[in-house]
Design a protein. Structure first.
Lengths: 199, 435
């Protein structure tokens, strides 16, 4: 305030002219900046696509657990079938059929619906299946749908650090790398079967 | 800021490592029993089905050589005191579990007990839907029989080129719930509490952590960190037990292979088998009296490959004083109910009789396996055999995705204090330790 008064005391005329032109210059620049900002927000930004997420949450199998009414498992030397019976599940192993805890089977199916492929290797027609432990597959999981085509997961070898496992999805023959937790899920069902068998 | 965060992480590790219980160790490695043999790349097939796959793969590749020793089953069982086994039998039918939280309660009135010595569930039926939760409780309470304990130890980050970081700290732990003799006072209703103090390196020196595990079914741990640069104690979020510690491949939840409350996980029994478990011993070490209520245990140093001239295996393998014993285990899956917990499904191998977790395999939230921890223990007993402790002495955490590892523990001396001053585990002490 003091400075302004001091300027005023020098009187108007020639000393104010440069300040006035500078004010106009600053005002012009502010208007230009505002216009540029408006252009960027209104026109340029909408045309720039948001970056895609690195990991899409697309699951290994895109069907809800309720779609399936039977599961065939071949894991090592164990072969068994799980069949939905109302809200419960039975295991069919060798000559026996017995009920199993339904939450275990439901959780098994739910895990497929949550498990995202870590990498897509390609179509089985294009990739050397033997390199991925898929010629032949080591284990098989066949999911029978109440309505619609059955889905078979052909389980191959594990990747070098053992963090994932290669899977061929039929039909379609797409080969993907899935987290090794898939083997844990299959083993949990297999353990269920062996408990039944050991009695 | 980065340094400060590093301090906190370091402290958190220590704190979480401490909660379940410390115990003590041995008296300079006993001579190997007759029948001991070396497991290495030339005979890896002998361990098929007896080690987690990522570990067996490393044996096959020459990364690991282990000494396997036979054990006398009865003598091994006597690593716990006869009082422990008697109490376990007496506990049969006395406890049950809250179905929702897996919390422990007395069958007679549904109340949460404040002291349980021995296994609360001495007999496990694999068909019982709550079997895994019961196994977890047997494990948790056995961690605490040593009452108060402490040790000075290191955390070592190791890659293929050797050690890249070393943190030295001490940790004192006081147990309440599973201790051999019930504590006279427990005014805060705790299951356990710990105090830790970082000593090295300079960027971590003076960081202190106080942690409390409350005896209820649903609370998170209370954790406070004292940062010497700020001269202040701050409350720390307890949901960081699955964060790497100070950039190392080891986690707060690695002590005993699981350091949280039983109620933090959903537990499932997924199998049973035999496994080779890591221990110092294999039989109980002697506790030497060092005061009215204090005992000391001498433990042989678990030398790392990076410290061993001529080592041909992985730099993080243990080359001295560690043995493997074949044990029957429950294979148990644990999954945290905390959405901020970094781990997905964790598979643990828990001794059916001795309630120790020897190995754990960890998957991330996307289902990808990435980490295995080998957890080593020793047992110790007083001269008259009336008091004992089961103590974690080393964690070898290996990140198979990055091919790096960390060693935690490996102390040579540990103490047991059966009558810790409660004031040692207080906010007041937290601030004063670094003054």
């Amino acid at each position: 305030m003091t400075v302004h008064a001091s300027h005023g005391s020098r009187g108007h005329g020639s000393t104010d002219a440069p300040f006035a032109s500078r004010r106009w210059l600053l005002l012009g620049m502010a208007v230009l900046a505002a216009a540029l900002g408006a252009f960027v927000f209104a026109v340029a930004l909408p045309r720039i696509e948001a970056p895609k997420r690195q990991t899409e949450a697309r699951p290994l199998i895109d069907f809800p657990p309720s779609d399936f009414d039977a599961i065939d498992v071949e894991r090592g030397r164990k072969e068994f079938r799980l069949v939905r019976s109302g809200s419960a599940w039975d295991i069919q192993e060798a000559d026996r059929t017995e009920p199993v805890p339904d939450d275990r089977v439901e959780e098994f199916l739910a895990s497929f619906a949550e498990l995202p492929p870590l990498a897509e290797i390609g179509s089985s027609a294009e990739v050397p299946l033997a390199d991925f432990g898929l010629a032949p597959a080591r284990d098989l999981v066949t999911l029978h749908r109440t309505e619609g085509e059955q889905i078979q997961l052909r389980i191959g070898g594990r990747n070098p650090p053992l963090t994932g496992v290669y899977v061929e999805i039929m039909p379609g023959g797409q080969v993907v790398l899935v987290g090794a937790v898939l083997l844990l899920e299959i083993d949990k069902l297999a353990a269920l079967a062996s408990h039944e068998a050991s009695e | 800021m980065h340094v400060r965060r590093s301090f906190v992480r370091t402290a958190l590790v220590v704190a979480a490592l401490a909660l379940p219980t410390l115990s003590v160790g041995a008296e300079g490695g006993a001579p190997l029993p007759e029948g001991a043999w070396k497991l290495n790349k030339d005979n890896w097939q002998k361990a098929e089905g007896l080690l987690p796959d990522p570990v067996l793969k490393r044996v096959k590749a020459g990364d690991y050589t282990f000494t396997v020793v036979p054990v006398d089953e009865q003598k091994f069982k006597e690593n716990y005191t006869s009082a422990y086994w008697a109490a376990s039998e007496a506990n049969e039918g006395k406890y049950e579990l809250d179905a929702e939280t897996c919390g422990l309660k007395l069958k007679e009135n549904g109340e949460l007990p404040d002291h349980v010595f021995g296994q609360p569930f001495p007999r496990i039926d694999p068909k019982d839907p709550q079997a895994a939760c019961k196994v977890a409780w047997n494990f948790y309470l056995a961690n605490q029989i040593g009452e108060g304990q402490g040790a000075t130890f290191t955390l070592n980050g190791i890659d293929r080129n050797g050690e890249f970081r070393r943190i030295k700290l001490w940790l004192h732990a006081q147990s309440y719930m599973g201790r051999t003799e019930k504590a006279e006072e427990n005014p805060e209703n705790l299951r356990g509490t710990t105090m830790s103090h970082a000593m090295e390196p300079a960027d971590a020196e003076g960081v202190n952590i106080l942690a409390q595990q409350l005896n209820d079914w649903d609370s998170q741990d209370n954790i406070w960190a004292y940062l010497p640069q700020m001269r202040r104690a701050r409350r720390v979020n307890a949901a960081t037990r699955s964060d790497p510690i100070a950039g190392l491949d080891i986690f707060s939840d690695d002590l005993n292979c699981y350091a949280g409350k039983v109620e933090y996980y959903k537990w499932k029994l997924v199998g049973e088998q035999k496994i080779l478990g890591a221990i110092v011993g294999p039989y109980a070490l002697e506790q030497e009296k060092a005061g009215d209520t204090k005992y000391e245990v001498n433990i042989p140093y678990l030398r790392g490959g990076y410290e061993t001239p001529g080592n041909e295996g992985a730099p993080w393998q243990i080359t001295d004083n560690l043995v493997l014993v074949e044990r029957p285990v429950w294979v148990v899956e644990g999954e945290s109910t905390d959405p901020y917990y970094n781990f997905g499904k964790v598979v643990m191998y828990i001794d059916k009789e001795m309630s120790r977790i020897y190995w754990k395999n960890v998957h991330n939230r996307a289902g990808e396996y990435f980490y295995t921890a080998m957890c080593s223990y020793h047992w110790s007993k007083s001269g008259d055999g009336s008091f004992g402790a089961a103590t974690p002495n080393m964690v070898m955490g290996v990140n198979d995705k990055t091919d790096r590892a960390a060693l935690g523990g490996r102390y040579q001396g540990q103490f047991i204090e059966r009558n810790f001053d409660p004031g040692h585990f207080s906010l007041r002490a937290l601030s004063r330790l670094s003054d």
